[in-house]
Design a protein. Structure first.
Length: 214
């Protein structure tokens, strides 16, 4: 894999945050703030904007409609973006990433399962930092042959980069009532290949690449 467009999923290299501090900030500060319910792709979430176009907690939770009166990218910190959460955002920016529309989204285990879908027509990435999860939460992609790649993103302080122009979905298949909460954000430009490290998944498997070369 020589460039980011060859990669479907990867860990952000040389990056680790204090997940206990971030989780405490989420539980004791963010969750005391007004949340926004959101239903998308048959799935119910609640969310809090971390950066938004106007500094409110609601902007960017639902899909954004272009508005000439507002900037196109939400980068203004909200009331949620303080303490350890602000430190995480600063650390990501210090790495040269350009995040926008950062938010915390909470997905419950009950309800319909999200269908596979794409969110962009060109190479597009989101960065996820899991805050609360369980072993039955997965991020999944569908390959061109219909097969499914399924990855669990642990809440261990790592940041995970996922392609959203590839057919994908997030699922919480816990048999018990359980929440999955991730800090997630869009990236203005694809990450350089040098920022990506294992574990990772290629867009095209090695065997398929070899077959195409014959």
């Amino acid at each position: 894999m020589k460039q980011s467009k060859d990669v479907m999923f990867a860990r952000l290299a040389n990056f680790k945050i204090d997940i206990d501090a971030l989780r405490a900030h989420f539980l004791h500060h963010v969750k005391t703030l007004p949340s926004t319910p959101y239903r998308d792709n048959r799935v119910d979430y609640i969310g809090w904007a971390v950066t938004s176009r106007d500094g409110t907690l609601i902007d960017g939770i639902r899909r954004i409609n272009p508005n000439a009166a507002m900037p196109s990218r939400g980068t203004q910190p909200t009331d949620a973006c303080s303490g350890s959460l602000a430190e995480v955002m600063d650390a990501l920016s210090a790495r040269g990433l350009k995040p926008f529309r950062a938010r915390i989204m909470q997905l419950e285990s009950e309800g319909d399962e999200m269908p596979l879908h794409t969110d962009a027509v060109r190479e597009a990435w989101r960065l996820h930092v899991p805050i609360i999860t369980n072993p039955n939460c997965f991020f999944e992609w569908q390959r061109a042959d219909g097969s499914i790649e399924s990855v669990h993103l642990p809440a261990d302080g790592s940041a995970w980069l996922v392609r959203v122009d590839v057919n994908h979905r997030a699922v919480n298949r816990s048999n018990q009532p359980s929440s999955r909460a991730h800090l997630l954000m869009s990236l203005e430009t694809p990450p350089p290949i040098g920022m990506l490290t294992t574990p990772w998944l290629p867009v095209v498997r090695e065997a398929e690449t070899a077959a195409l070369a014959v």
